[in-house]
Design a protein around this ligand. Structure first.
Ligand SMILES: [Zn+2]
Length: 335
């Protein structure tokens, strides 16, 4: 995947678990305007059954695209890139979307093209888009072999191999959130058990937090949410950790260990020089990087016998996916 053949301003849209976020991306890569709407929540949680969710998501994307085209002035951009969570094939079909139930099988590009004529729409995996953006403008700039790891509802991984984002034979490379790290672990929406993202994503943080709350290790945090451990969420841990709460910092240590475990596994495959961590953990991100680096150093194969691998924060924040989608839309794919 490359962004060769630049064609002026484009629109990039990132479909996240909670919001659909779009940017109007200038030819120089500057973000000229932003728009966001809530991600439609499906009526089913059966990921294998396609339903209206694909249409609902496409409508949300269209709302964002319309707003950004209006912001584009007299010559609204025609090129739109969409970053979608899950397995997006080389034709842009969202084949399987564990974290967007009901949308599996959706032709989002087709639906968006039907909604607004005269658009050129490309769809790509959201993490691959984020990797493209970080490679171009962010923490993976000039990196030949690297990984972009986005922690959100799940975990998205974009692999930079030989300076390019590697998408694999079918387009499905980097679906590493669904590496199984414990076959006896909690069920995953993908239909299996113990996937990495059950432990190390933003969603995984909530699960680890509730475990710690039930075990009595988060007394202060539980008190702040009204006394019921079930009400503890990832954001509560981030907030408490920023305030120095020992229990919350302990949960981030645990999250860091699980994150490092998956990274160490991926290192055996990719041999990266740098790993960028981004996504929705927000302001507590730096509190996660330290325990992650510590555990990573201990878990990595042959640590003393290889050059150091940097684990850094992503530079573009929550905009990475949308910026990357906008970059991807620049590629001239016309015959
Ligand atoms: Zn899974």
């Amino acid at each position: 995947m490359s962004d060769a053949g630049r064609v002026g301003a484009t629109i990039g849209v990132d479909i996240g678990g909670t919001q659909v976020h779009g940017v109007l991306l200038g030819g120089d890569g500057a973000v000229l305007a932003e728009a966001r709407v809530p991600t439609p929540q499906p009526e089913t949680d059966d990921v294998a059954v396609p339903d209206a969710a694909g249409h609902d998501v496409a409508e949300a994307v269209l709302a964002v695209v319309r707003e950004l085209r209006a912001a584009g002035g007299a010559q609204p951009p025609r090129r739109v890139g969409i970053g979608a969570p899950g397995m997006v094939d080389r034709e842009g079909i969202l084949r399987f979307a564990p974290n967007l139930p009901g949308a599996s099988g959706a032709d989002l590009g087709g639906l968006v093209s039907e909604g607004i004529g005269d658009l050129l729409v490309d769809v790509e995996n959201d993490a691959n888009c984020a990797a493209l953006a970080e490679r171009r403008f962010g923490s993976l700039r000039d990196v030949e072999h690297g990984m972009m790891v986005t922690l959100g509802t799940g975990i998205g991984v974009g692999l930079v191999v030989g300076g390019r984002v590697e998408i694999g034979a079918s387009g499905f490379a980097g679906e590493a959130g669904h590496m199984i790290v414990d076959p006896a672990g909690p069920p995953c929406p993908c239909g299996r058990r113990g996937c990495w993202e059950r432990y190390a994503s933003g969603g995984g943080l909530g699960r680890l937090a509730r475990e710690a709350a039930y075990a009595g290790r988060l007394a202060h945090v539980v008190a702040t949410v009204g006394g019921d451990p079930e009400n503890v969420h990832g954001e509560d841990i981030s907030t408490a950790a920023l305030g120095g709460d020992e229990g919350a910092l302990g949960v981030l240590d645990e999250l860091g260990w699980w994150l490092a475990l998956g990274l160490a596994n991926l290192v055996t495959v990719v041999d990266p020089e740098r790993i960028a961590i981004g996504g929705g953990l927000g302001e507590a991100g730096h509190l996660l990087l330290e325990p992650t680096r510590r555990a990573f150093g201990a878990l990595i194969e042959g640590g003393p016998f290889r050059p150091p691998i940097e684990v850094v924060g992503a530079a573009l924040g929550e905009r990475a996916g949308a910026i990357g989608a906008g970059l991807m839309a620049r590629a001239d794919r016309s015959p």
